[in-house]
Structures are given as structure tokens and as C-alpha cells.
Design a protein around this ligand. Structure first.
Ligand SMILES: [Zn+2]
Length: 567
């Protein structure tokens, strides 16, 4: 095995919770076979469980504090404004670069946060969901590859991998069957592209990420999980098969790719797991609502807690919207405001990000990545009001204590965990993360009280759970099977950071010492590891070229994030 061949398939959001039963009942024969003859286990995601951070950690082997990508957007330096980002912001080499430099022919398709596509020598790359669209310049490398695929496979076959607005619209309008059909079709289109690439461009390492599982689980979770408050047996009969059908289409895709590529080993990973969303889970608005009710965020005019009141809700939003759009909202960049004017039903977007704070009195705020809380720190924020040092620490402690005292209708805590930034991330970009990261309990929350005071949750937040009924969890999946791999081993304690070093090790390349992960030696046969101790190199990290979106491209990216419910 001089230059082993490896097939890597990413399944966004794949979880053993769903896969195990389907492996056992024969629904996923290819994945079942890989589990049987390989090593497998849980793969712990990055702390914030968001796909951009997670897939970047997967391909760099570093924590987001080092690679610098935490979410689809980040705040512009010295500003409260968000801007969408792409893979060009990444610091550190991807394993694709290391493998290509190490003499492997590498092909990469639709891994999130790979735009602009890297040049991989004899290999190729087709970027992911951070590309403005599949027709964008630098979506593929070489650039001619896009036209070639469209000509030979089918027009419009290339996708960025982000779930399209059409699916979101179908879900909102209750056309679940149509949305489910589209999701499976998209899996099959991606498989068709893989098939074409594997036929025409020989590679040693071929990697593809299927993102339809993430969308399917966000939208269809309540049809497979009786613990979800909106589970209805009748609907479960009608739509309960959609997620499984998406996994089955991927399972068939893996079988086809294995037949074409004839890999020595196959690696299957997910970037995070999945579970039910009971409403506010993963919603930035809910955290904003709590911080406002607790007095940490102080709105200038009408706040979230006020406009949640039924008497003030009706008929108000058009006027307020116009007011907000004309009043330079603190997180909405100009291009997004322009976009919002054209979008019907913008109320949710406006409420999530478009209202203004009294910065002199707001000690904390939320921006960008759901779950994160920033302290309004003097010297760091444009209108910071909290002094660094003792006061900063005190504000963090107060927020932790106040959120910790919040109770649900049954008197139980609503917060599963709150972590300080430095407990989660390290490296030159760690300061991009929120000062706190908050995770809610895995239960339905219908009301919140603090020290006897009731905080009303707007119905629109609870209503979201019908649209987006599933949300990310930390526990993803890892399967490695093939030559040199242990048979049937159950792996424990693997983290996403371990994937890149493990791949480099398997392919016989040295591992950069700066990586945060370890080689999962326990996945390999004793005879394999005995002959090959891992080797390490001191490899300086380097950044890629940053590509700044045009106004129109940024609008396109943001529109799709809105469809997903992220903005
Ligand atoms: Zn994901």
C-alpha cells in the first residue's frame, strides 16, 4: 500500500440516534457494512456546533480559536455590524493542501467553507455553501471544471450545498412531500457529479460532503421523534420517511463511489449531531429576549419583550420596520437592509437583528452566532460601557448567575450550560468568539420566570419549532473502515479535531505539531500501528487569500441564511 486511496464522505449533522436503528433494520446497507468491518464511534463537534466552524475544524485539525471561523458571519472589526464570511478567512492549511503537497491527487466536492476553491495541483476542488452561488467565479478549481460538469452531467447540476430557499418555502407552506422529494433529488444530483468526477479524474483521496441531512433534520425532526411537542402520529406516517430517504440516497451514493473509486479505506464523518428543537433552542432571539428582560440589553425604543405583548403586535410591524430600516440598525449592513426591503414577511429577520440598543446602558449583547453573548467592553466595542478587568468578569458572573436562576413552568432550570470563552477556544482568533456561550436544556420551554417575575416568550418563537423542529447536538458520527483498520472496534472520546491528523497518519504523512487533534490510533489494526509510529513536523500555518463578497453576492448569501432561519 504505497499510496493508499481514501474516500471521505461527510454527512452533515448525521447522528447515531437515527442511523443505528436504520443500520439494524437494513435501510442503510453500505453504512452498515462499513460499521461492521471498521471502527466507529461518536465524534464530538466544536463547542458551538455550527457547520462553518465544525467543517473547518474537520479539515484543519484545529479549534476555531486557531482557524478563526466560528459561524457564517463575523463582526467587522471595531463595529457591531455583521458581515458574511467564507473559507478565505481561514487561517491554517487544510488537509487537502497538506495531502496535495504530500504528493496525493486530491478531489474535493462541496465541503462547507472552501470558497474560493483551492488549487490542488493535479487535483480539483468544488467549493461549498459559503460560495455566493454555484456559478460564481472561483467556485471550482480549475475554473473550467464548472462548465465541463454542467455540459457533461446536466445543466444546473452544481450546487453550493446550502439548502435552497425553495425548500424552506415549501416547508413554511406545508408542502412537506415536495420538500422531501427535492432533498432526495439534491443528494442524487451530488452523487451524479461525484460519479462523473470519479470516472474522468483519477484521485487518491476523494472527499464529498452531503448537506441535505442537515436541512432534512432541521425541517423534519418532529415527524420522527415522539418526544417533540409537535409530533403528530398522522403526520409521522406521512412524512416520517423523509429523513431516512435522504440517508438512504446517501448510502446508495457511498456504494456507487466505492465501486468507482475502489478505495483502500472509507471515512464517514459528520460535523455535529442532531436532536429535537423545542422552540428557542438555537434561536438568537430567545437569548436576546432573556438578556433584555434581565436588564443586560437595553433597547433604545421598543424592545423585544414589549413588542411580544399581544396588544402591541398587530399591525405594527410595517411601521416599525420602516423606522428601523431608515434608522441605521446596529447589526444590519447596508446590503442586507436593501435586501430586506424586497423580502416579504421580514418581521422575524427584523426582530432577530434589527432593533437598536442603548449602548451606554447595554452591558451585553448577542451578535451573529446563536448561543454567544458578548460583553459590551470598553476599548473593544465601538460604544463599550463595561471596563475591562474586574468589571468585565463581574458582568460575566452576573449573566451566568441570572440565566442560571431562570426557571421553566415546572420550576426547572432552562440553561444546560454556560461556558466562558477561554474554556472553549484557544489561539490567535479566540477573541472572535462571544465572551459566553449558552446552551439551553433539551426540553420544551414555554415560559420563563426569574425570582417570581414571569418573562413572556413571544408565540412567534415557540411557533418556530414547527418549521425548524430539529437542531444541532454535540455528538456526531465517525466510521473508518478498510485496509489496516480494526474490525468492529467501538471508538470513544473522538473529537472533530482528530480527523485531519488521523487521515494524515493513515496516508503516511507527517502531522503538523500545531494541530489540536490526535491520531485515533485505536482505530487501526495493531499490525498497522506497530510498523508506523506517527511523525510530527513543525509546520507554519498560513492563511488563504481573502475574497470579499460583492454587495450583490453578500445579499445572495444572506438571503439563504435567512431561509435557514440563521438570521
Ligand atoms: Zn452542519
Amino acid at each position: 500500500m504505497s499510496r493508499p486511496r481514501l474516500l471521505i464522505v461527510g454527512i452533515d449533522g448525521a447522528t447515531w440516534k437515527l442511523m443505528r436503528p436504520w443500520i439494524e433494520d437494513g435501510s442503510l446497507p453500505t453504512l452498515a457494512d462499513l460499521v461492521r468491518r471498521g471502527s466507529s464511534g461518536q465524534l464530538l463537534s466544536v463547542p458551538n456546533m455550527h457547520s462553518p466552524a465544525a467543517w473547518t475544524s474537520f479539515m484543519t485539525g484545529t479549534n476555531p480559536g486557531k482557524h478563526g471561523i466560528f459561524f457564517f458571519s463575523e463582526r467587522a472589526p471595531g463595529s457591531y455590524q455583521l458581515r458574511p464570511i467564507n473559507g478565505g478567512r481561514r487561517e491554517g492549511k487544510t488537509m487537502w493542501r497538506l495531502l496535495s503537497d504530500g504528493g496525493f491527487r486530491v478531489g474535493v466536492l462541496n465541503v462547507p467553507m472552501t470558497y474560493p476553491a483551492e488549487s490542488l495541483g493535479e487535483g480539483f476542488m468544488i467549493a461549498g455553501m459559503d460560495a455566493p452561488r454555484a456559478t460564481s467565479a472561483r467556485f471550482t478549481h480549475p475554473e473550467t471544471l464548472a462548465v465541463e460538469i454542467e455540459q457533461h452531467v446536466r445543466r444546473g447540476v452544481l450546487q453550493t450545498g446550502l439548502i435552497s430557499g425553495a425548500i424552506g418555502t415549501d416547508i413554511v407552506r406545508g408542502r412537506y412531500a415536495q420538500a422531501g422529494k427535492t432533498l432526495v433529488e439534491r443528494v442524487n444530483l451530488r452523487t451524479a457529479v461525484c460519479d462523473y468526477l470519479l470516472r474522468t479524474r483519477p484521485t487518491d483521496v476523494f472527499a464529498v460532503v452531503y448537506t441535505e441531512t442537515d436541512g432534512a433534520q432541521h425541517f423534519f425532526w418532529r415527524f420522527v421523534d415522539p418526544s417533540h411537542p409537535d409530533y403528530r402520529p398522522g403526520e409521522a406516517v406521512r412524512y416520517g420517511a423523509v429523513i431516512r430517504d435522504v440517508y438512504r440516497a446517501i448510502d446508495r451514493g457511498v456504494a456507487g463511489m466505492m465501486a468507482r473509486h475502489k478505495p483502500d479505506a472509507v471515512l464517514i464523518v459528520s460535523d455535529h449531531g442532531f436532536g429535537p428543537a423545542f422552540g428557542p433552542q438555537g434561536s438568537m432571539q430567545f437569548l436576546q429576549l432573556l438578556l433584555e428582560a434581565l436588564g443586560f440589553m437595553v433597547p433604545l425604543h421598543e424592545g423585544l419583550t414589549e413588542n411580544a405583548a399581544p396588544a402591541r403586535r398587530s399591525g405594527l410591524h410595517r411601521r416599525v420596520l420602516r423606522q428601523i430600516l431608515s434608522a441605521a440598525p446596529w447589526v444590519l449592513p447596508q446590503n442586507m437592509r436593501t435586501l430586506l426591503r424586497r423580502v416579504p414577511g421580514v418581521r422575524a429577520v427584523r426582530r432577530s437583528a434589527g432593533y437598536r440598543l442603548d449602548w451606554a446602558r447595554s452591558r451585553a449583547f448577542c451578535a451573529g452566532c446563536p448561543g454567544e453573548v458578548f460583553v459590551n467592553l470598553r476599548g473593544r466595542e465601538p460604544e463599550g460601557c463595561v471596563e475591562p478587568g474586574v468589571e468585565y468578569e463581574r458582568v460575566r458572573e452576573e449573566i451566568i448567575a441570572a440565566l442560571g436562576r431562570c426557571r421553566d413552568a415546572d420550576g426547572r432550570p432552562i440553561i444546560a450550560e454556560i461556558r466562558r470563552r477561554e474554556e472553549l477556544y484557544h489561539g490567535p482568533h479566540a477573541d472572535k468568539a462571544g465572551d459566553l456561550f449558552v446552551r439551553l436544556v433539551d426540553r420544551a420551554i414555554t415560559s420563563v420566570s426569574l425570582d417570581g417575575k414571569v418573562i413572556e416568550i413571544p408565540r412567534r418563537l415557540l411557533g418556530r419549532r414547527r418549521v425548524r423542529s430539529g437542531f444541532h447536538r454535540p455528538e456526531g458520527i465517525f466510521i473508518l473502515a478498510g485496509a489496516g483498520i480494526q474490525q468492529g472496534a467501538a471508538l470513544e472520546g473522538l473529537r472533530l479535531y482528530d480527523v485531519a491528523p488521523t487521515v494524515l497518519y493513515y496516508l503516511g504523512l507527517p502531522i503538523p505539531a500545531a494541530l489540536d487533534g490526535r491520531v485515533a490510533l485505536e482505530a487501526f489494526a495493531a499490525s498497522f500501528t506497530a510498523a508506523r509510529p506517527p511523525s510530527y513536523v513543525d509546520d507554519r500555518q498560513e492563511g488563504g487569500p481573502e475574497v470579499v463578497y460583492s454587495l450583490e453576492e453578500a445579499g445572495a448569501v444572506e438571503e439563504r441564511l435567512r431561509d435557514l432561519g440563521y438570521l
